[in-house]
Design a protein around this ligand. Sequence first.
Ligand code: SD4
Length: 336
Amino acid sequence: MKRREFIQNAALSTLAVGTLQACNTAIPEQTKDVPPIPEADGNRSPLVISTWNHGLPANTAAWDILRAGGQALDAVEAGVRTAEANPEVSSVGYGGWPDREGQVTLDACIMDHKSNAGAVAFLQHIKHPISVARKVMEETPHVMLVGEGALQFALDQGFRKEELLTEKALEAYRNWREKSQYKPVINIENHDTISMLALDVRNNIAGACTTSGAAWKMHGRVGDSPLIGSGLFLDNEVGGAAATGLGEAIIKTAGSAMVVELMRNGASPEEACKEVVDRIERIYRNSPDREYLQVGFIALNKAGGYGSYCLRPGFNYAVQHGEMESTLIDATYKIS
Ligand code: SD4
């Protein structure tokens, strides 16, 4: 669908909202202060970008919302839920590989264009941590809930307790147990954390990030993915960034927040991602952990510019916008 058609669709959606407002005062909170849709101005909204090849179906789900003039926040939540629900994705949600105790523990965060944010970490038994994160954002005075408290909150909100460890993941765990060596595998089966950034027709940005974290991690370990500023960050005046890879390295550099700040200071999305990957590479240059270090960032700016950069080959990301069908792109990398 061409950009002109999006604008038309979006205009129709706005009309629909306007009609709703006229005849029904009980409209959802989110639609009350929707700014007017900008004229075609050369930017690329709507646009969605997400990590790894599971980003392709995730983008499709997000796109359905974006092209109808929906909000970036709804799009990113719906998008990453596809990876959370897919048992073949071994590092997100249902089917995610467990920790070294054999337990699946999940981390997720979400952020909207007003800098509202919600997160859960070390959450067990709930298939869609991203939706719990959104509930934390919208229904509590807090940003993050963890562990037992996050689970209790999810159950109170009506989420269902489920077994997330699939037969396949259990088999992988049993194989790992034979040696029990903890060594993160770079680019696990080309599936990893899903991070997604979207720009809607109102030129608002939202982001989401969800993962089962590093396989065979210590019980209780939390990575970058649920941490606003590390796994995900956005500033609606500038752009957004999100991460995948070794969470410890991303946390140490406040990775995603740093990418956004570099864009604020004039860097393109790819330049900003590269600068943070360079910093991480310097930090780990003499570390034994360098051998299994992989990090990658995706970023987009307000004009719909996007880019990515990673440390080693293997990381790819999916992009979709008005002039491009959903496409998988290999990220530029630093070292072969
Ligand atoms: C983490 N960045 O927990 C996430 C997930 C990941 O290899 O990339 N694991 O560190």
